[in-house]
Design a protein around this ligand. Structure first.
Ligand code: AMP
Ligand code: ZN
Length: 269
């Protein structure tokens, strides 16, 4: 099978498995990078109803290039693009906010950024009445997260990972899907180049010393088959977890497992 046909049938299979309907409104979280760009491209190609959502993180020239790439993609795909101005909404650029948080809490860059992005995505997707949020997370990301949780001694943190968020049913929570869950980063890169998609290939300049980068050096040595096996074995062994009770954060009102959500916990003085 041609590599491009392979990735397309892989993603079709995932979307079928998680039962995504073509009537649903899917908000694709577009970073400007190859993964989310390919996600939007394929969802559109398969006839899903999508709109783009980009968080302009205001990290200098890098963010400007990402915004331009996302604008071009949405124009090419003829889809609506929503841009969230991070500085305007949160009071400062992501890098500045991250260093402020980092000096108070013992957390790595990307974890902080990830928590804040998820918080924004859920809130804004709900406002836009989206049925689903799609992100570009790929097989390599998932293997890294899984191993990071194991190395930290907390495998239970991976209990609910999969191509769709499960066990969270709440009117304020927008279900997230990962159409590229079973596709390797390498394949996505090749596909984006083959289709000449508007993509910013350099890494986020903020992501210099994250733990993920160390784990990535290790996973780079694995074959695609080994990566898939890690995920598939894990799925076979997965303990059935019950639906978890969702509270609302007493500071911002967003869905949260605890009294205060992860984002407000981070930003607390
Ligand atoms: P990352 O955490 O940077 O690896 O990104 C994971 C996924 O989150 C991407 O594939 C996108 O779907 C989404 N994402 C990351 N950055 C942004 C952004 N600035 N705006 C919108 N979505 C984003
Ligand atoms: Zn909160």
């Amino acid at each position: 099978m041609k590599p491009s046909t392979r990735i397309e049938s892989n993603v079709k299979k995932t979307l079928k498995k998680i039962k995504i309907s073509k009537r649903e409104k899917i908000l694709v979280a577009l970073s400007g990078g190859k993964d989310s760009t390919v996600t939007a491209w394929l969802l559109k190609k398969f006839g899903y109803k999508i709109e783009g959502f980009h968080i302009d993180l205001k990290i200098g020239d890098y963010s400007e290039r990402c915004l331009n790439a996302v604008k071009k993609l949405c124009k090419d795909l003829d889809i609506k693009l929503h841009v969230y101005d991070f500085k305007k909404e949160m009071g400062s650029g992501m890098c500045y906010l991250r260093s402020a948080v980092q000096s108070k809490k013992n957390l790595k860059n990307c974890a902080i950024c990830g928590v804040i992005k998820k918080w924004i995505l859920n809130k804004e997707a709900r406002k836009l009445k989206a049925d689903k949020i799609a992100t570009g997370h790929n097989l390599d990301d998932e293997v890294q997260t899984f191993l990071m949780n194991i190395f930290k001694g907390s495998p239970e943190l991976s209990a609910n990972s999969g191509p769709i968020t499960k066990n969270i049913k709440d009117k304020k929570f927008v279900t997230r899907i990962k159409p590229l869950f079973y596709v390797s980063e390498n394949e996505i890169k090749k596909y984006s180049k083959e289709k000449k998609l508007p993509v910013v290939y350099d890494k986020c300049p903020c992501a210099l010393d994250s733990y993920r980068i160390q784990v990535r050096k290790f996973t780079e040595k694995l074959t695609e088959k080994e990566k898939l096996n890690i995920i598939k074995n894990f799925e076979k062994l997965r303990i059935k977890t019950k639906d978890k009770k969702i509270n609302y954060c007493k500071m911002c009102g967003e869905p949260s497992r605890k009294d205060v959500c992860k984002k407000c916990e981070l930003m607390k003085k």
